[in-house]
Design a protein around this ligand. Structure first.
Ligand code: HEC
Length: 143
């Protein structure tokens, strides 16, 4: 019955298009935020040559001494494996930071900024630079 098939296929196609569109919109939000960090990094550091997921990984796993002693690293809460779940000092579970595991990650720029500010201060004892944020984000988007 061609008619029945068509009436079923069209809503299905629309649903697929909606899913694809949402995916594209989310990817766009992340890229826009990275682009903003890049222009801020360029303005701060004349020799800025792009972000590095490798440097981001170092930032994520490194122990710092400037912040709170019980949370010396990002991994103190987020765990060693970006694809695994983390835990706050109070024992609250944190979803995986890897964008491939937790699809909603880094799709709300205000949330990303809020937590960078809070967590960098907690771990490093200062806010992160645009270069550090871009490196770290590049690492998590590559995971
Ligand atoms: C004291 C525990 C703790 C430490 C240490 C910590 N975080 Fe977090 N982080 C959290 C919690 C809790 C959230 C919010 C819950 C969530 O998004 O699942 C979060 C969320 C984030 C987000 C927002 C993610 C999103 O979905 O938009 C970013 C970015 C982030 N953290 C970066 C860092 C970086 C970079 C470091 C190291 C400099 C770090 N965090 C260290 C607890 C921590």
């Amino acid at each position: 019955m061609p008619l029945t098939r068509t009436t079923r296929t069209i809503p299905a196609l629309l649903a697929c298009a909606a899913i694809l569109f949402t995916g594209a919109a989310q990817a766009g939000v992340r890229e826009d935020q990275l682009a903003q960090y890049a222009s801020a990094a360029k303005a701060e550091t004349p020799g800025f040559a792009g972000f590095s997921a490798e440097r981001g990984k170092t930032l994520h796993t490194q122990n710092f001494t400037g912040g709170k002693p019980d949370t010396p690293a990002c991994t103190s809460c987020h765990g060693k494996d970006p694809r695994g779940t983390g835990k706050t000092p109070a024992g609250k579970s944190i979803d995986a930071m890897a964008a491939s595991v937790t699809a909603s990650r880094y799709t709300d720029p205000a949330k990303v900024e809020k937590w960078f500010k809070r967590n960098c201060t907690e771990v490093l004892g200062r806010v992160c630079t645009p270069q550090e944020k871009g490196d770290w984000l590049s690492f998590m988007l590559s995971q």
